[in-house]
Design a protein around this ligand. Structure first.
Ligand SMILES: C[S@@+](CC[C@H](N)C(=O)[O-])C[C@H]1O[C@@H](n2cnc3c(N)ncnc32)[C@H](O)[C@@H]1O
Length: 288
């Protein structure tokens, strides 16, 4: 199918999903003040409702993405993640890392596309965390969306963790060129760097886990992060759908009594921890 037709079909499908989502978003908004914020963030992302300043950031970051996507510059990376869904890397292979020669364009093209990064931006706009962390920077696109939301909030520190030194350096450069000075890039395996970040930066109000798409690792990161969360915190897990072990991990999180709200968006899962709320609710709102 030609690109334009595919894009148009996607837009129509998204509108259909948005229509289906409306009653569920209303129900989510009625659960609690946290549910209200989460519902607003999702609704505004679905319908791409942006104020002038948000629109300006999207334009700048997407221009940067456009340039990076086309870059043929070679880059040597070491990947500590789970690889593709059908790769089945062993825990030893993940711990050791897999060295690969790739291009900047290839790495840029694995960044989350616009609706998802917009959602990350909106979550930060609505929940206004003092500290946000990200596991997995790649070239810094999702980091830029989250850091720019903090810049618009007028407060907040963002920290992104990346295992491949060349990618961490590129992320730093891209954020600097975008004028985002509120972000720290920490280089090294999450297994080696996360604890220090948590000790130094807690309480954490926002965490995007987008690196190590392995179910056991995801649950371990949740357990590691949980004691360092703010009273109200949002956790976003990517790729809960494509990997069997990630689907199992998401099912476990959905049942976890420490989670106030769990929303399965099909590709990503969003959890809200709210220590002032004892009620729990689970929603399934496919976003695309
Ligand atoms: C999917 S990419 C991140 C994309 C980025 N969040 C975006 O959307 O713009 C995942 C990144 O996590 C890093 N990563 C995966 N597992 C890791 C681990 N165990 N420790 C450190 N970095 C890891 C990879 O090097 C890769 O750059």
């Amino acid at each position: 199918m030609p690109f334009r037709l595919r894009r148009a079909a996607k837009l129509v499908y998204r509108q259909f999903l948005a229509l289906q989502a409306a009653p569920k978003l209303n129900a989510l908004a009625k659960t609690s003040p946290s549910g209200q914020r989460l519902s607003a963030a999702l609704r505004e992302s679905f319908h791409q409702l942006l104020d002038t300043q948000e629109r300006d950031w999207v334009r700048r970051i997407e221009a940067k993405r456009h340039a990076l996507d086309r870059s043929e510059a070679p880059i040597m990376i070491i990947d500590y993640g789970a690889g593709d869904a059908d790769e089945a890397r062993t825990p030893e292979q993940m711990a050791q890392g897999v060295e690969q020669q790739v291009t900047v364009g290839q790495m840029s093209r694995i960044s989350k596309y616009e609706i998802w990064v917009l959602m990350l931006h909106k979550l930060i706009r609505k929940f206004e965390p003092a500290v946000g962390i990200e596991l997995g920077a790649a070239v810094g696109i999702s980091a830029a969306y989250q850091a720019s939301a903090m810049q618009l909030n007028g407060h907040g520190e963002f920290i992104t963790l990346e295992g491949a030194p060349a990618l961490a350096e590129l992320t730093q450069k891209n954020l600097r060129e975008l004028g985002l000075n509120n972000t720290r890039v920490v280089v090294g395996r999450f297994q080696d760097t996360l604890q220090d970040v948590l000790n130094q930066a807690a309480p954490i109000g926002h965490a995007f886990i987008d690196g190590h798409h392995d179910g056991a690792a995801t649950l371990a990161y949740f357990e590691q992060i949980y004691p360092h969360l703010a009273d109200r915190a949002v956790l976003i897990f990517d790729d809960i759908f494509y990997y069997a072990s990630m689907r199992d991990a998401w099912n476990t999180l959905e049942r976890d009594s420490r989670i106030h709200l769990a929303v399965d968006l099909q590709r990503m899962g969003v959890c809200v921890v709210d220590k002032t709320e004892s009620q729990r609710a689970v929603f399934k709102i496919p976003m695309i």
